[in-house]
Write a protein that binds this ligand. Structure first.
Ligand SMILES: CC(C)(COP(=O)(O)OP(=O)(O)OC[C@H]1O[C@@H](n2cnc3c(N)ncnc32)[C@H](O)[C@@H]1OP(=O)(O)O)[C@@H](O)C(=O)NCCC(=O)NCCS
Length: 162
């Protein structure tokens, strides 16, 4: 399904095993603690986890441009990790990756979607705000310090699904 896309030649799909290395690389570029290919592969095998990717239509050999990994347990779900390649940002890809998950979770009658985000990550907070997520908590000094060495707080955000 398309959601007012600025780049309709890209599509959201379930990840394949052949995407694992690229997802791990993209994860490593974007997060202080990377996930190995093996950890991503484990996600593909876990029934409660879903790994979505966005890629160019009809180009299965081209690297994926972004991913969204989430997991569900009964009536709640959580986004574990989401990232879009820097070359493909501000094209609505993260928005599409989250909306795809929301739609699938609504189909499974999941009631709420949670996530944790670095309180200084304005791009991600902007994305989640626009999608209707609201802050429900804050974890002090949750993320280890970057170059400046100062640990960052995590915001816990929630979206009610109905
Ligand atoms: C956060 C991230 C996933 C957004 O991906 P994206 O595909 O560029 O986001 P979208 O194009 O779907 O943006 C949707 C909306 O989010 C907000 N947004 C996204 N990037 C933004 C930025 N750099 N600054 C301000 N708002 C931003 C805007 O409201 C945007 O809508 P607009 O472009 O019409 O203004 C991407 O920047 C990224 O991969 N960052 C590194 C990893 C990361 O921080 N992941 C989130 C961890 S919780």
């Amino acid at each position: 399904m398309m959601f007012g896309s600025k780049a309709p030649e890209f599509v959201v799909l379930q990840a394949q095993r052949s995407d694992v290395d690229r997802i791990a690389a993209l994860h490593g570029e974007n997060f202080a603690r990377g996930w190995s290919g093996h950890e991503i592969e484990t996600m593909l095998d876990r029934p409660e986890a879903t790994v979505l990717v966005i890629r160019r239509v009809g180009a299965p050999n081209e690297p994926i441009c972004g991913f969204n990994i989430y997991q569900q347990s009964l009536e709640e779900a959580e986004i574990l990790s989401i990232a879009v390649d820097t070359e493909y940002r501000r094209l609505g890809f993260a928005d599409r990756l989250v909306r795809f998950a929301i739609s699938a979770l609504q189909g499974d009658r999941v009631k709420a979607l949670f996530l944790e985000v670095d309180a200084k990550n304005h791009a991600a907070i902007g994305l989640y705000d626009r999608l209707g997520f609201r802050k429900v908590g804050e974890r002090p000094a949750y993320y280890q310090g970057g170059d400046e060495g100062e640990a960052a707080n995590a915001l816990v955000m929630r979206l009610t699904l109905d």
